[in-house]
Design a protein around this ligand. Structure first.
Ligand SMILES: Nc1ncnc2c1ncn2[C@@H]1O[C@H](COP(=O)(O)OP(=O)(O)OP(=O)(O)O)[C@@H](O)[C@H]1O
Ligand SMILES: [Mg+2]
Length: 258
């Protein structure tokens, strides 16, 4: 496998907030076209790992390589920061994030939300971006909501708009942080269908989810994070069907009982 087959490569990542060690040496790779799911109990560091991956947070130790390009750091420990702001922007716009709470701009229509970053941040021509945005809204099934404001959409529709917005960046990979957990069960399904169709298309995705069924169905690789360390990982059939560690067995029992 050549380096460029790896879209994201994270090695020995350490992240702490003051005295709290959240990530204690996490190594994780996502190849092109691969769907990697992160599972684990609340507080285990899943969101922190995702936020480090697209440089919303700075790890104190460890390396992050995006398509063969290592993130350049300056300083060390608490003072460590990315050295190159244009590299940060390039990586962040290539690893588009979808959040639990959608984070749409309330004063913009859905179409404007989807067009905003590709036009303003990436500087793509407005007409091109509009065509692409409409195509992505169609893909997630909410074309008729293009001119509505977020407040007038259901949660499932808002999350699908957020996915269209992420797609319109034409990113190398999509990062999802609990994309369905703010939704009622029937609205959850709308979003799950969209995520499944993206997986089928061969998109590279990192998905933090509490939905074990979704993780089992869409993932090529599942990572169980426990207290800042990877406790177990593997193919979904192994991780869910034959969990080896006692902690994972307990975790799966408790999530299935919930
Ligand atoms: N900005 C921050 N400042 C201080 N502590 C933080 C910060 N962000 C996260 N933490 C702490 O780091 C730990 C891991 O948080 P994180 O959000 O990564 O967990 P998680 O696995 O995503 O949990 P959940 O399933 O509840 O979303 C928690 O104890 C949290 O309180
Ligand atoms: Mg989280």
């Amino acid at each position: 496998m050549s380096n460029t087959d790896l879209v994201i490569s994270i090695s020995d990542l350490h992240k702490s907030y003051g005295q709290l060690d959240v990530l204690k040496g996490v190594t994780l790779n996502a190849k092109r076209g691969e769907v990697v799911s992160l599972i684990g109990s609340s507080g285990s560091g899943k969101s922190t790992l995702l936020r480090c991956a697209n440089l919303l947070e700075t790890p104190q130790q460890g390396d992050i390589v995006f398509k063969g390009e290592p993130v350049a750091w300056k300083g060390a420990g608490e003072a460590r920061r990315p050295a190159d702001t244009s590299q940060v922007l390039r990586i962040r716009t290539n690893l588009s994030m979808v959040f639990q709470q959608f984070n749409l701009w309330s004063h913009m229509t859905i179409l404007q939300n989807v067009m905003e970053a590709p036009h303003s941040v990436l500087g793509r021509p407005k007409e091109d971006v509009k065509m692409a945005a409409l195509a992505y809204l169609e893909k997630v099934g909410i074309t008729e909501k293009a001119d509505s404001y977020p407040a007038h959409l259901s949660g499932g529709q808002q999350q699908r708009a957020a996915i269209a917005r992420a797609l319109c960046m034409e990113p190398e990979a999509l990062l999802f942080d609990e994309p369905t957990s703010a939704l009622d069960p029937e609205l959850e399904q709308e979003v799950i269908q969209v995520i499944k169709s993206l997986a089928k298309e061969g998109r590279t995705m990192l998905i933090v989810t509490h939905d074990m069924r979704l993780a089992w169905d869409v993932s090529d690789h599942v990572v169980f994070l426990n207290k800042g360390l990877i406790e177990e990982e593997g193919a979904p059939d192994d991780v869910f069907g034959h969990p080896k560690s006692e902690r994972l067995q307990q975790f799966l029992k408790s999530t299935l009982a919930a």
